[in-house]
Design a protein around this ligand. Structure first.
Ligand SMILES: C[S@@+](CC[C@H](N)C(=O)[O-])C[C@H]1O[C@@H](n2cnc3c(N)ncnc32)[C@H](O)[C@@H]1O
Length: 299
């Protein structure tokens, strides 16, 4: 390993040559094998930028050392989280996909309430590929609002996972700038957010304590100990994976749903999937599957 002196870093990465195509392919294969994320060879420049930036962060000045360290896996799983943070897009926003949220309030939550007359049974949600937290906080606001209007004291809990530690740190803090808050209505903002001043807003404790953020590589969903989930919300993450991996992940995920539970994907995340135990939920503009054992009203 070559550790660079801090003063040399700017010069160092400037001097680092780009990898040749053979080495690029080895890196792309390693990234795909460990994280499932596919980067096309045409996006070599994007890979190079991510690798160089990360090597600069940790003071490494040759690709081979970095490759060897990442290949060792266990000790470097934290490093994978940092590198993948550079190699994936974390674009997200509050209330990102309106039809899926309408599906939640018009079909999924009413169905859950009908199936569970015992009000002590909490609504369990898993937000997968939650990025910087806007998605799970949106689900929390919508669910809390729904239960408040229902008025029978029902509770919910959200587990929100992502591979990227930097994203999860932001999510846990729950502090967002004015621009990112644009999707949140005035009334929800007044109810669920704390104005910190200087254009910063924090999600209220009442929401934050309902969400547990955890690091999880989607390739390892089988080892994640979450069961009996009522809603799995997984949008804009599977697009990074080849189809066979998307199917592998989905097939495992759906086993974590309770009967009547629903998997909500992004509309383009998995064009066709069918399973004898699952029914496609017909709700315009959405892609969702319900585990059988309950009848879901269609819109
Ligand atoms: C575009 S964001 C989607 C955020 C949110 N779900 C939404 O729709 O707004 C994709 C997220 O997937 C995460 N991701 C990519 N590969 C992953 C993997 N192998 N395991 C877990 N998360 C991964 C990225 O870190 C990123 O935060």
């Amino acid at each position: 390993m070559h550790l660079a002196k801090q003063a040399d870093w700017g010069v160092m990465t400037g001097r680092l040559p780009d990898l040749d195509d053979g080495h690029v392919q080895a890196w792309l294969d390693l990234v795909e094998e460990r994280t499932g994320v596919v980067i096309l060879p045409e996006r070599k420049a994007f890979l190079m930028t991510g690798l160089k930036a990360r090597m600069l962060d940790i003071g490494l000045d040759d690709y081979d050392s970095y490759y060897r360290l990442l290949s060792r896996d266990q000790a470097w799983s934290q490093e994978w989280s940092q590198l993948i943070d550079r190699l994936t897009v974390h674009e997200t926003s509050f209330f990102r996909h309106a039809p899926s949220l309408q599906l939640l309030t018009q079909t999924i939550l009413p169905g859950f309430v009908d199936r569970n007359t015992d009000v002590s049974r909490g609504f369990q949600v898993w937000s997968l590929g939650c990025a910087t937290g806007e998605e799970p906080y949106t689900l929390a606001m919508v669910t809390q609002q729904y239960f408040d209007e229902l008025g029978d004291g029902r509770r919910y809990g959200i587990t929100a996972t992502d591979i990227s530690q930097p994203s999860l740190q932001t999510a846990r803090l729950g502090i967002y700038g004015e621009r990112r808050m644009r999707g949140v209505s005035k009334s929800l903002r007044e109810k669920f957010c704390i104005e910190l001043g200087d254009g910063q807003v924090q999600m209220a404790d009442a929401l934050r304590r309902r969400i547990c953020f955890a690091q999880l590589n989607a390739l390892h969903v089988d080892s994640f100990p979450l069961r009996n989930v009522d809603l799995i919300y997984c949008q804009n993450m599977l697009i990074y994976f080849p189809r066979f991996r998307r199917l592998q992940i989905i097939e495992t995920l759906v086993t974590r749903l309770t009967p009547g539970g629903v998997l909500v994907l992004g509309p383009g995340d998995l064009p066709s999937w069918a399973h004898p135990e699952f029914t496609r939920v017909r709700f315009e503009g959405t892609l969702a599957y319900q585990r059988q054992a309950a009848v879901m009203a269609s819109a």
